[in-house]
Design a binder for this molecule. Structure first.
Ligand SMILES: Nc1ncnc2c1ncn2[C@@H]1O[C@H](COP(=O)(O)OP(=O)(O)OP(=O)(O)O)[C@@H](O)[C@H]1O
Ligand SMILES: [Mg+2]
Length: 483
């Protein structure tokens, strides 16, 4: 075998250097089989590797057999799960494999899922089902295409075990997935340190998070710590910035029509990045009550609750941070959440309608009418926007009646109100600006939508005939730029 480029990557032990208060050293499981099912070549470019220099064997050796001279760290964390505090969490089926600087200068994590038991596995098997791996690859690629800030999967290696699960026909196949993310430090990482009343470790973790993931705040930190002053203000700034990032993420999910389904605080990243795609779903129709996880009996994590739940999770994060920052300063940060969420959501929804530079009052009215229309018609959420991008015509600017009522399933007044507002906005554009409307409509409304039946059909081919072609074809479509 040619030298393995993954082994020679320039790993930075940023988290490892924080010390063993934050993790446990663990060993991967030994698996009976290793078949590479998925490699994400575009991600290799992000860490400066030429995909041609990386063989499938390299992937298997590194991310299936783990035959590499590295320390594997199961990160420690707790979390609020469906509102209940759980002090028995942590990486129970994964570990931090390593951290690598991307060509963009950012630090990235390789984290495993399904790589074996750890001190945090409790009674579970430490494994990931192959279907779980396939679903996470698809969610991440779909969200990435839709402009959501998300982790992505680097590889999936099928591992030849039979797993038993209550929510999949069993026995079912096993895999190890490797995730490429900004960080796996979670809100729950801080919650655990509060549980043990370790304000010293909270400060150390904040310094680390700010230095690595909030670099624009980092230089004042260096200056302050040199002077020996306390970092209270800086920590408050970190929290305020995190509030904005989480508000943006919630807006991105809502625009994408995505229901994450398990927004526990152990699934919230301190970088504001989306990750952990378990029972998620893209909504078929606009329905705030849509709930993706069968075990979410009360709809706590329904599609429409997501912005509110993210806000609540941020509020819970104040509990640990209060050990090192006065609560009043944290409240000031959180106070920005609602307006930042709404502004971002409005802007992203306007872009989905092909519009930019919409005056705030018009944008507000148009968003409201768009939501009414989506609720009233029988058209699917994604179908509405895809149809709009397909039928859009420059003549609409001259004559509102040219805008066809293909949404005629709903009451005509809803349609007319929407059409008039859309028409008026189009009228304000020059002919050049109008051509950008068409481009934006196509760009922000890709034709491949990851609805559940689509996922099920690629999984069906895998599970019944071991035919991976429909899955590869679907990923290719998701990775294509829509314009
Ligand atoms: N099969 C399993 N074996 C061991 N631990 C598990 C298993 N499934 C889930 N867990 C643990 O249960 C908790 C919640 O699981 P959750 O599904 O949110 O996380 P995860 O999907 O395993 O990992 P991540 O959040 O990194 O995607 C975590 O502590 C996780 O490690
Ligand atoms: Mg999780």
């Amino acid at each position: 075998m040619t030298p393995n480029p993954f082994i020679d990557l320039n790993y930075e032990p940023a988290l490892e250097e924080l010390g063993e208060d934050y993790y446990d050293l663990v060993a991967p499981a030994e698996f009976p089989q290793h078949i590479l099912r998925w490699r994400n070549d575009p991600l290799l470019l992000k860490i400066g590797l030429d995909p041609k220099s990386v063989t499938d064997e390299h992937f298997i050796q590194t991310f299936g057999k783990f035959e590499v001279p590295r320390s594997f760290l199961a990160l420690r964390y707790h979390g609020y799960q469906f509102g209940e505090y759980n002090p028995h969490l942590g990486d129970g089926r994964g570990f931090l494999f390593g951290q690598v600087r991307g060509v963009d200068g950012e630090l990235y994590d390789f984290g495993t899922k399904g790589s074996g038991r750890t001190p945090y596995s409790r009674t579970a098997d430490g494994r990931l089902t192959l279907k779980g791996g396939v679903r996470e690859v698809l969610a991440a690629e779909a969200l990435h295409q839709l402009g959501v800030k998300t982790s992505r999967c680097l590889s999936v290696v099928e591992t030849g075990e039979q797993l038993w699960r209550g929510d999949e026909p069993s026995p079912t196949r096993s895999c190890v997935m490797v995730r490429f993310s900004r960080s796996h430090i979670r809100f729950g990482t801080f919650e655990r340190l509060y549980y043990f009343q370790r304000s010293d470790l909270i400060k150390k973790l904040l310094d680390h998070a700010i230095a690595v993931y909030y670099p624009t705040l980092a230089s004042p930190l260096a200056a302050q710590s040199k002077k020996g002053s306390d970092c209270t203000e800086l920590y408050a700034q970190f929290y305020a910035e995190l509030v904005l990032r989480v508000a943006e993420l919630a807006a991105q999910w809502m625009t994408a029509g995505f229901c994450h389904a398990v927004l526990n605080t152990d699934n919230m990243s301190i970088t504001g990045e989306s990750f952990d795609y378990g029972p998620y779903a893209f909504i078929p129709n606009y329905n705030p009550q849509f709930t993706a996880a069968y075990f979410d009996y009360y709809g706590r994590y329904s599609y429409g609750n997501q912005p509110e739940i993210c806000r609540l999770n941020l509020e819970m994060l104040q509990i640990p941070l209060k050990l090192v920052v006065p609560q009043q300063e944290l409240e000031t940060g959180l106070a920005q959440y609602d307006s930042h969420y709404f502004q971002t959501y409005q802007q992203l929804m306007m872009r989905k309608l092909g519009l930019e530079g919409v005056p705030p009052a018009v944008a507000e009215a148009l968003l409201e009418q768009t939501i009414y229309l989506l609720k009233d018609t029988q058209l699917g959420y994604h179908e509405f926007f895809i149809r709009l991008s397909e039928v859009f015509d420059a003549s609409w600017r001259e004559d509102a009646t040219q805008i066809p009522n293909w949404a005629n399933a709903g009451p005509s007044t809803t349609w007319e109100n929407w059409r008039n507002l859309y028409y008026r906005q189009l009228q304000s554009y020059s002919p050049e600006e109008l051509s950008q409307v068409a481009t934006r409509l196509r760009q922000h409304n890709p034709k491949t939508v990851l609805l559940r039946p689509v996922i099920e059909s690629v999984w069906e081919a895998i599970t019944t005939e071991d035919n991976w072609e429909p899955f590869y074809q679907l990923v290719r479509e998701l990775q294509q730029s829509p314009v």
